[in-house]
Design a protein around this ligand. Structure first.
Ligand code: ZN
Length: 365
């Protein structure tokens, strides 16, 4: 996600904070400062930071469980609305999906129990709880964790409860039927939230709309996963690709940019092997401070990952997501460029699969 700052790395997963989260934190601190002074500001900021630490631990519940099943997570990003972990894929086995989904809320439940025990033991008799600001912070945090666990267990995508419901249904009915039913239940719940919210709670209306959109998106994604199963990178790559020779100038790159509809260009060496990737943004960006004669090698993104045409498309897509690049060069057995796998092309395949679920994308070699 752009506008995120990486603050560290735990067990191979980069922890990123979105700039809006920092703004949110500043806003919390500032408004508390105006209303209740420095002390209140400090307490509120500490509470929010502690709360989001719990959100992060929740995400690591998912991440570490997924890792046990061989699924990596390149990064997790903290947003004001919560944490987003970029799991490379959802496990296909329902039992594994269930464990990965339930691990997040389970973490919040454990934290809540620990906090309650800590708060309880800190106060013999438990009488003066309310007066002690530190204890009330712990109590608030415990309550927030219980809320997080319950909220996330709402049985609707994209909540963890939706995944749990899907996994349980899939054990009995198979993944496709389970998805239809889970998506239907999620959308039904979204309507209930929206309807109840109309009587005075705008947040519920918002949650309803959010769940409705997410449930539809989830169904679409799964149709797509089914579509690409068994396909190779070769079946999905763009084959009419203009490349830029490594010795070309920025002037040449501009000419090629204008002559083709492409936005990403593989940069190739004398043997036709990819040596880098040049994006439209990089070309335009270079015009500001470089001459027409400057070599493209200076601005090309390199080294770049490549894909083999015979690789599974699922693996190719995972690489594309992990590469944080709009495209990846595809090579043959000799390492020579034969195509380009782009996000745009994948999006087009998704549109085709939606219009015609039985469409065969397999290409002849
Ligand atoms: Zn979760």
């Amino acid at each position: 996600m752009p506008w995120s700052i990486t603050i560290g790395r735990v067990a191979g997963t980069a922890i990123r904070i979105h700039i809006t989260f920092l703004m949110f934190l500043a806003w919390i601190g500032f408004s508390a400062l105006q209303q209740g002074g420095a002390d209140a500001a400090m307490r509120n900021v500490v509470f929010i930071v502690a709360l989001f630490l719990c959100v992060l631990l929740h995400e690591f519940g998912h991440i570490l469980t997924a890792r046990r099943f061989g699924i990596a997570t390149p990064d997790v990003t903290l947003l004001p609305i919560g944490g987003v972990a970029s799991l490379e894929r959802i496990p296909e086995k329902p039992s594994q999906e269930l464990l990965v989904a339930i691990a997040g809320p389970a973490v919040n439940l454990v934290i809540a129990i620990v906090l309650v025990l800590v708060a309880g033991s800190a106060l013999p008799g438990g009488a003066t709880t309310i007066d002690n600001p530190n204890v009330s912070l712990v109590a608030r945090l415990a309550f927030a964790n219980i809320f997080l666990a319950v909220f996330n267990m709402i049985p609707a995508f994209p909540m963890d409860g939706g995944r749990v419901l899907h996994a349980v249904l899939a054990m009995k009915l198979g993944p496709k039927r389970a998805l239809q039913i889970a998506a239907r239940i999620g959308q039904g719940l979204a309507f209930v939230f929206g309807f109840v919210g109309l009587f005075g709670n705008p947040i519920l209306v918002f949650i309803g709309i959010f769940i409705y959109i997410a449930a539809s998106g989830e169904a679409r994604d799964t149709v797509f996963r089914d579509t690409i199963k068994g396909l190779k990178v070769r079946d999905a790559m763009e084959t009419r690709v203009a490349s830029i020779p490594i010795g070309a100038t920025i002037g040449d790159a501009v000419d090629i940019l204008l002559a083709t509809p492409q936005h990403e260009f593989p940069v190739v060496d004398g043997h036709g092997k990819p040596a880098g990737l040049l994006t439209r943004d990089a070309i335009i960006g270079a015009l500001a401070d470089r001459t027409r004669e400057a070599p493209v090698a200076e601005i090309a993104q390199a080294p770049i990952p490549t894909l083999r045409a015979e690789q599974d498309l699922e693996k190719g897509l995972a690489d594309l997501n992990a590469a944080r690049s709009p495209a990846i060069s595809v090579v043959d057995v000799d390492g020579v460029l034969v195509g380009l796998l782009t996000r745009e092309n994948i999006a087009e395949m998704m549109l085709i699969a939606q219009a015609r679920p039985d469409w065969s994308f397999r290409r002849e070699t």
